[in-house]
Design a binder for this molecule. Structure first.
Ligand code: MG
Length: 389
């Protein structure tokens, strides 16, 4: 549970600073992390209105940021392999395999895919010959669609298999006739300077049950042949297989995901070079904000913001500005009549906490002059003494 009240009392009067920082709270940025722990400068996740879950009779609604690929009404998002209008049957909110494989007009890279499908309630055939279709991801790998409920087949070809490569961890299928729900996370390979850092991963849930757990990509997989990791396109269509069986699909959508980078992600555990580059960027934006807070009558908001920027990047110009602002502030404090000084108790104690934080992490020296001065003022005023009675 996050709790700022009580541990993070911000006394400065400047409205923006109170909301956006400073980050004098958790462990500071380090070699691999551009952000402090609980860093209030860190951008908040974009709100996304979630969808609803499907019931046996009713498909759910996609999340607000999803690209809707089939909502039960038409095939406008799909074409045949040759780019012609798709011919699958659309009826009663589902589409049914007919006349060849189809692919999405739109292409995707890293993505989250949601697909629901149902095999005919009347069972015909067995093994791979019963309720077979498939969801092909960019790069050609197939997440197998098969009525493998009480229908043994080879392990790497059952429902939820990365076909020809990796069996599902468990068989979580419902009986034929019922809709099955696939949720797939596809992660492309990551390259640096033309070299592959990793080949990417696929994660699959079948009816909410994890069946592919961050399984490494090994190429397209396929029937009988062993494939090797190979080139994956920047983006590609999603495809649905026509294996000659009347599989029905409903509620298909895809969310585009930010690609992973060769620097270890854009916002998590970074290489030292990427972490420092990001820290410099954050520091520059805080300094730019500090420029807007200049106020000779009240130097504290600008001072706090500039000291905060030092947490991300130490630079001589900022250190000099911090010295100047501290001197200016202390001069104001020392000329206050006692009644006015008493009103500054919270502000001075907050500054003391900030100096302690900066000293603890060696961002400013423990013997930093203004820190010593502020400690002295607090002692002289007796503000740390317990009230009697
Ligand atoms: Mg198949």
């Amino acid at each position: 549970m996050l709790s700022f009240a009580g541990t993070f009392v911000f006394v400065a009067t400047s409205a923006p600073a109170a909301d956006v920082g400073p980050a004098f709270y958790g462990d500071p940025p380090d070699e691999h992390h551009a952000w402090a722990v609980h860093d209030r400068n860190r951008p908040l996740p974009k709100p996304v209105t979630p969808g609803t879950f499907s019931t046996p009779d009713q498909p759910g609604k996609p999340p607000a940021d999803a690209v809707v690929l089939f909502d039960g009404t038409d095939l406008s998002a799909w074409v045949t392999g040759r780019g012609q209008p798709a011919k699958w049957i659309v009826k009663d909110g589902y589409m049914q395999v007919n006349g060849g494989e189809i692919r999405t007009r739109r292409e995707f890279g890293d993505c989250q895919v949601h697909v629901e499908w149902a095999a005919p309630a009347e069972v015909k055939g067995g093994g791979q010959g019963r309720g077979n279709s498939g969801v092909f991801l960019p790069g050609g790998l197939e997440i197998q669609v098969l009525d493998s409920y009480d229908n043994p087949t080879y392990a790497d070809g059952g429902a939820g298999a990365y076909y020809g490569i990796h069996p599902p961890l468990v068989n979580a299928l419902r009986p034929p006739g019922e809709y099955q729900v696939y949720d797939i996370v596809f992660r492309r390979p990551v390259y640096r300077d033309g070299q592959v850092l990793d080949w990417g991963y696929v994660t699959v849930f079948v009816n909410g049950v994890l069946v592919q757990d961050h399984t490494p990509l090994e190429g397209s997989g396929g029937h009988m042949g062993r494939t090797r990791p190979g080139p994956f396109p920047e983006k590609g269509s999603l495809r649905l297989q026509d294996h000659g069986h009347p599989i029905r699909f409903r509620n298909i959508w895809c969310r585009e995901l930010p690609p992973r980078t060769s620097q270890g992600g854009t916002d998590g555990y970074l290489t030292p070079e990427a972490a420092m580059a990001k820290r410099r960027e954050i520091a520059a934006s805080i300094r730019a904000d500090a420029d807007t807070l200049k106020d000779p009558a009240n130097p504290v908001p600008e001072l706090l913001r500039r000291m905060e920027s030092l947490v991300y990047e130490s630079d001589p110009a900022t250190l000099a500005a911090v010295d100047r602002l501290n001197a200016q502030y202390l001069q104001q404090i020392r000329t206050l009549p006692p009644a006015k000084l008493a009103q500054k108790q919270g502000e001075l104690k907050h500054l003391r906490d900030v100096f302690r934080y900066l000293a603890r992490w060696k961002i400013l020296p423990a013997t930093y002059g203004p820190r010593t001065d502020i400690d002295q003022i607090i002692r002289d005023q007796g503000w740390d003494k317990r009230k009697k009675g």
